[in-house]
Design a protein around this ligand. Structure first.
Ligand code: EPZ
Length: 416
């Protein structure tokens, strides 16, 4: 079992280039099958979730290969419309293949998607949106079978601004006859990025990032060369790594505006943050202060930074209150942080964190991507040695974490 062995207490300092966003690249890979032409995704991170999406495409006859950091996709050979169950269960983003396959081939077959175990994560909103467009959906023994004679655009309202459901609906509507209006869509920057990619292929999508997305159906899409947006969650994670170790960091290619909710909280924590063009600079404060936040759909505080921010709150003086409003089971990192000496009490969706001077190194286990990243951050700050087990979760979404942290001055070794 792979693990990180961390010797804590070293201040991080240095410059980091942010990778392309995992949660943008994954739906874009799904969207690439909407054309038969070649698609090139530039600066694509070779994280395990991306490699799994590539396996799914290859299982359907789509050619994929890397040339340096560019992913070249040739969807002309698409000849299957079922997402293999073993691959689909590896990640949540496999669900986006549903909308893409329905658009391309008017049929799709997949099992319930996998992904971090942070809640029930149903796909009822996905399915109800697709049915509104005219898709027949049947579920047999956990398998979802979709087919459609014709896709007709219409006004569709999402009960909750689900990121994945918004993406699936955008993918299913690009060729639908007439206009589709998506009301109450997710407004995350990754949704805007998907719109930009689709439009680069010749789609007519407008308004992503606002309360209504408009899609005018087109006949077909052509290939594109596209560089996805930088990963705002990776950027936030390394900002917190600098803050929790009392260090400083310069992030290149960061587009800070996408994580202003975190930036405000880091300022409350007494960090000094400056932004110039796409360069973000953080210097941690002399003494970390408590800060409270509630997660929510964008532009609220990102749920994907909640565990990492909680680690920082553990070693910030005073009482911090965290409320997780997006996923009902996103506190699995709490028990592990308590093993390291954190003082955290959870009541329903709210966690109360009393800051302690230092955490103590311990052997802890990751059980999801961002919770695992939170344990790494806690280990960087803790006294002594921390072993973070099950880092396969972390490596689903963070490229070369050991190398990057080492470059920033941490003592981290990947073992296993
Ligand atoms: C995406 O997941 C991200 N994953 C998640 O990032 C992120 O936490 C989440 O959006 C919220 O920002 C990818 O993009 C691959 P949702 P998704 O649909 O699409 C409920 C990470 O760490 N819901 O917005 O699954 C759902 O249960 C991952 O990188 C329904 O009830 O998120 C949850 O409570 C973790 N029915 C809430 O909505 C549905 O049909 C938000 O889910 C769909 C969702």
């Amino acid at each position: 079992m792979e693990k990180y062995v961390i010797k804590g207490g070293r201040k991080l300092s240095g410059v980091l280039e942010i990778e392309s966003a995992k949660n943008s690249v994954l739906p874009i890979i799904a969207a690439s099958i909407l054309t038969s032409d070649e698609v090139i995704i530039k600066n694509c991170p070779k994280i395990s979730d991306v490699l799994t999406m590539i396996k799914i495409l290859r299982s359907m006859g789509v050619k994929c290969c890397f040339q340096d950091k560019n992913l070249i996709i040739n969807p002309s050979g698409l000849n299957a419309y079922t997402v293999p169950e073993n691959l689909g269960k590896e990640l949540r983003a496999s669900v986006c293949m549903m909308g893409a396959l329905i658009s391309r081939a008017k049929k799709a077959r997949l099992s319930y998607p996998g992904g971090c175990d942070i809640g029930l994560r149903p796909i009822d909103i996905h399915l109800s949106c697709l049915k509104e467009l005219g898709v027949n959906v049947t579920e047999i023994c956990g398998e979802i079978i979709c087919s459609a004679k014709k896709l007709t655009g219409k006004e569709i309202y999402l009960d909750f601004p689900s990121v994945g459901a918004t993406e699936n609906l955008m993918l299913a509507a690009v060729f639908a006859e007439g206009k589709t209006e998506i009301h109450n869509p997710a407004k995350e920057p990754e949704i805007v990025d998907l719109m930009c990619f689709l439009n680069a292929m010749g789609a007519k999508v407008y308004g992503a990032g606002t309360s209504i997305i408009l899609i005018e159906g087109v006949k077909e899409l052509h290939g594109a060369v596209y560089r996805p947006m930088p990963d705002r969650i990776e950027a936030g994670t390394y900002l917190i790594a600098a803050a929790i170790t009392g260090g400083e960091i310069e992030l290149r290619n960061g587009r800070i505006k996408n994580i202003s909710a975190l930036v405000h909280k880091l300022c409350d924590n007494t960090c000094k943050i400056s932004i110039k063009n796409d360069i973000m600079y953080l210097k941690s404060g002399a003494s970390r202060k408590s800060f409270s936040f509630s997660t929510g759909p964008y532009p609220g505080f990102p749920t994907d930074l909640q565990p990492q921010a909680m680690s920082l709150a553990c070693v910030s003086s005073g009482v911090s209150v965290v409320t997780e409003n997006v996923f009902e089971m996103r506190y699995k990192h709490v028990a592990e942080l308590i093993k390291m000496g954190a003082d955290i009490t959870v009541q329903g969706r709210t966690a109360v964190i009393k800051g302690v001077d230092r955490l103590n190194g311990a052997t802890v286990s990751a059980s999801d991507l961002r919770g695992g990243a939170a344990l790494v951050l806690a280990g960087l700050s803790a006294e002594g040695k921390t072993v973070v087990e099950e880092i396969r979760y972390v490596e689903r979404g963070y490229l070369d974490m050991e190398k990057k942290l080492t470059m920033l001055g941490a003592d981290v070794k990947r073992k296993g």
